[in-house]
Design a protein around this ligand. Structure first.
Ligand SMILES: [Zn+2]
Length: 152
């Protein structure tokens, strides 16, 4: 019932922020990320918007947590710890987010262009297997037609 009003950041070169990878709802400004754990692909954030928090708690490792979902598409994005951390700190999974770097939306965990999604990546891996012998000789001009690839 009723319209869902989402907080939206200015999508300008000066403003950097994270958004939901699934529906691109804006989630948190980059300035409110105070710790990125690159290997775990997680980050600690404050001032998160457009999320809902699960009422039921669960255990994550040795910690009690409440899961956080995107308010628009309901995808799980991370969790908050119980008891609540100072300043409403939450943990977000970078693999579930995109990052607006002022010009483009990038995968938040790799900061690379999200052109290749995971399904296509597997296909590419198979195509590239025969290329493994000549690594370093990759040439843009070699990208021939892929018509002979059977993907059905
Ligand atoms: Zn979403």
């Amino acid at each position: 019932m009723g319209r869902l009003f989402l907080v939206e950041f200015d999508q300008t070169p000066e403003v950097h922020f994270y958004c939901c990878r699934t529906c691109q709802a804006h989630i948190v400004l980059a300035q409110h990320c105070f710790s990125r754990m690159e290997q775990l692909r997680e980050g600690f954030f404050t001032n998160v918007v457009n999320v809902v928090v699960d009422e039921r708690t669960r255990m994550e490792g040795f910690s009690q947590v409440e899961d956080i979902h995107c308010v628009r598409c309901n995808k799980p994005l991370g969790w908050r710890y119980i008891p609540a951390q100072p300043n409403g700190t939450v943990l977000l999974k970078l693999a579930h987010l995109l990052f607006w770097d002022g010009a483009r939306l990038l995968n938040a965990d790799t900061l690379l262009d999200p052109v290749v999604d995971q399904e296509n990546q597997e296909d590419h891996d198979q195509e590239n297997q025969e290329d493994q012998g000549n690594q370093g000789e990759e040439d843009e001009d070699d990208q021939g037609p892929d018509d002979n690839v059977d993907i059905d």
